[in-house]
Design a protein around this ligand. Structure first.
Ligand code: EPZ
Length: 430
C-alpha cells in the first residue's frame, strides 16, 4: 500500500492551485440523474471519490465523457465532464456501492423524483460517526413519498402523479439531506419550503446548477429555501466551486510551517470564519486577484479556541487540520467538535509526533509544544490523514503517513502541490 514520506522543517513558498470542491462536485454529478439531457460540469477534481461516483452513476445508466473523450484523463488538474442520463436503467443502488461512498445514498432524491421509485441501500456508519439517514426519510415523506426499510434498503415510492411539494422543517442542519430535498422538490408538484436548510456553499452551487437546468429555487445560502416544482429539467453547463476545505488545509499548512503562498482560484468568501481564526493565530491572509495569499513569518503561533458549526461557522472538515496547527501554538487551546460524534481519530496519531492533547467528551484540550518530531502515522479518514501531513511538514525529521487512499479520496495531487512550494514530500509505492 502506498505511503507518503515527508521530511519536515521547510517553509512553504510559491503558488498552489486550488481544485474544484469534492463536496460540490458529488451532488452536482448526482443531479445529472434528473434529466435525459447532458449536464456538463466544469472544474471537476480528479479524485478517487469522483471516479467511484462515476461508476455508481454508470450503474443507473449515466454515460459520461471527459472533455469529449470517453477515457479517463490522467493529465491536467480539474476537468470538464459531460454526464448524460438518457435512460435510467436501474433504480437500485446496491450495498456494495453505497457502502463505499456515503454520498451515493443521495441518488435517492433524483431517482425518486424522476422515476417515481428508488431502492437505495442504507449506507451504514463510518469512521467519523453513526451518520443516520432519518432526515432524508422524514423529508422525502413530507413530499408524500412512501418509504419502507426492507433488508437493509430504503425503498421509496412517489404517489401517482409524482412527489408533492410541502413545507419541511429540518430538526437538525444536514448538508446531504438539503441536497436531496432540493433535487427531489425540483421535480415535485407545487411549492416546497425547506426551513433550517444547510447554508453551505456546496448547497448554493447545487441550487445554481439546478436553476440553470430549469428549476425554480430561491433562497439557497439562507436557512429557508423555496422550490417551485417544474415538470422537467434540461441539460446545462455549470462550474464546480473551488474547494474551501482544500484552501483552508493549505492555509493551515503555511500557518504552521511559515512561508508565503498564493492559493490560486481560492475564494475567501467561502471560508471567512476559518480565515478569521487563522488570522487570530498570527497568519496574514491577503485576498489577491488570483485567490488568497497566506503568509506567516517566524513569530509564534497564537492559540485560538474553536468549535465546529454548520456554515457559516468553523467547518468540521477543517477541525483536524486546525488541531495540527494548534499542537505547535504558544499555549493552550480547546477544539470542540459539534457535528460528528467520533471525529478525533487524529488525536492519537498527532500524539505520536509529540503533540499534547487530552480529550474530554467532544472537546480536545491542546497544549502547544515547541517542536514536533517525525514518526510513522496512519489515519482512518480523509481530513484526519491530511492533518498528519500538515503536522509532518512542520515536524523535525521524517514522517510517513500510511493509508494514502484516504488522501486520494479528497486531495488532488497533494504531493505535487506541496513539493512545488518547497516541501520534501513523496509517495512511496508498495
Ligand atoms: C457533508 O456530509 C460532507 N460530505 C462532509 O464532508 C461534511 O463533514 C458534512 O457535510 C458536514 O459539513 C459531503 O459533502 C460528501 P450532514 P453529510 O448530513 O451531508 C447528522 C469530508 O471529509 N444527520 O450535514 O453526510 C449527521 O450524522 C466529509 O469531505 C442525521 O442525524 O453531513 C451529522 O451528525 C466528511 N440524520 C450531522 O447530521 C440524517 O439523516 C451533519 O451531517 C443526516 C445527517
Amino acid at each position: 500500500m502506498d505511503r507518503i514520506r515527508i521530511v519536515g522543517g521547510n517553509e512553504l513558498n510559491g503558488r498552489i492551485p486550488i481544485s474544484g470542491a469534492k463536496n460540490a462536485a458529488l451532488p452536482l454529478m448526482i443531479a445529472s440523474l434528473l434529466t435525459d439531457d447532458t449536464l456538463t460540469l466544469e472544474n471537476v477534481p480528479h479524485l478517487a471519490d469522483v471516479e467511484q461516483l462515476i461508476r455508481i452513476l454508470g450503474n443507473h445508466g449515466v454515460d459520461y465523457s471527459v472533455n469529449g473523450r470517453r477515457e479517463r484523463q490522467s493529465e491536467g488538474y480539474s476537468r470538464t465532464i459531460h454526464f448524460t442520463a438518457r435512460h435510467i436503467v436501474d433504480t437500485t443502488a446496491p450495498y456494495e456501492l453505497v457502502s463505499k461512498m456515503r454520498a451515493s445514498f443521495w441518488v435517492i432524491g433524483p431517482l425518486l423524483a424522476r422515476m417515481g421509485v428508488a431502492r437505495v441501500s442504507l449506507p451504514g456508519g463510518c469512521a467519523i460517526g453513526t451518520r443516520p439517514v432519518d432526515l432524508f426519510i422524514d423529508g422525502l415523506q413530507a413530499l408524500s413519498a412512501e418509504i419502507d426499510i426492507d433488508s437493509g434498503y430504503v425503498v421509496a415510492k412517489a404517489p401517482k402523479g409524482g412527489l408533492v411539494g410541502n413545507r419541511y422543517v429540518f430538526p437538525k442542519v444536514s448538508v446531504g439531506a438539503t441536497h436531496v430535498l432540493l433535487m427531489a422538490a425540483s421535480l415535485a408538484r407545487g411549492e416546497t419550503v425547506l426551513v433550517n436548510a444547510a447554508r453551505e456553499p456546496e448547497v448554493v452551487n447545487l441550487a445554481d446548477c439546478l436553476n440553470a437546468m430549469g428549476a425554480k429555487i430561491s433562497g439557497a445560502g439562507t436557512s429557508t429555501i423555496t422550490i417551485e416544482g417544474v415538470d422537467a429539467l434540461s441539460g446545462a453547463r455549470h462550474a464546480v466551486i473551488p474547494d474551501r476545505i482544500e484552501t483552508g488545509t493549505y492555509a493551515m499548512a503555511v500557518a504552521m510551517t511559515g512561508g508565503d503562498v498564493i492559493l490560486e482560484n481560492a475564494r475567501p468568501d467561502l471560508l471567512q470564519n476559518a480565515l478569521r481564526v487563522l488570522e487570530q493565530t498570527g497568519a496574514e491572509i491577503i485576498p489577491v486577484n488570483s485567490g488568497i495569499r497566506v503568509r506567516r513569518n517566524g513569530a509564534g503561533i497564537s492559540p485560538v479556541d474553536v468549535s465546529t458549526e454548520p456554515f457559516p461557522g468553523f467547518p468540521t472538515d477543517l477541525q483536524a487540520q486546525f488541531m495540527g496547527l494548534m499542537t505547535m501554538a504558544n499555549g493552550r487551546s480547546t477544539i470542540t467538535e459539534t457535528i460528528f460524534e467520533n471525529r478525533f481519530m487524529h488525536v492519537q496519531e498527532l500524539a505520536r509526533l509529540g503533540a499534547r492533547i487530552t480529550l474530554s467528551g467532544q472537546t480536545a484540550h491542546v497544549e502547544g509544544v515547541p517542536v514536533l518530531k517525525g514518526a510513522p502515522v496512519m489515519a482512518t479518514d480523509l481530513r484526519a490523514s491530511v492533518s498528519l501531513v500538515i503536522a509532518g511538514l512542520a515536524a523535525e525529521g521524517e514522517t510517513t503517513v500510511s493509508r494514502v487512499y484516504h488522501l486520494d479520496r479528497g486531495f488532488e495531487r497533494l504531493e505535487e502541490k506541496l513539493s512545488g512550494c518547497g516541501a520534501t514530500i513523496e509517495r512511496i509505492s508498495g
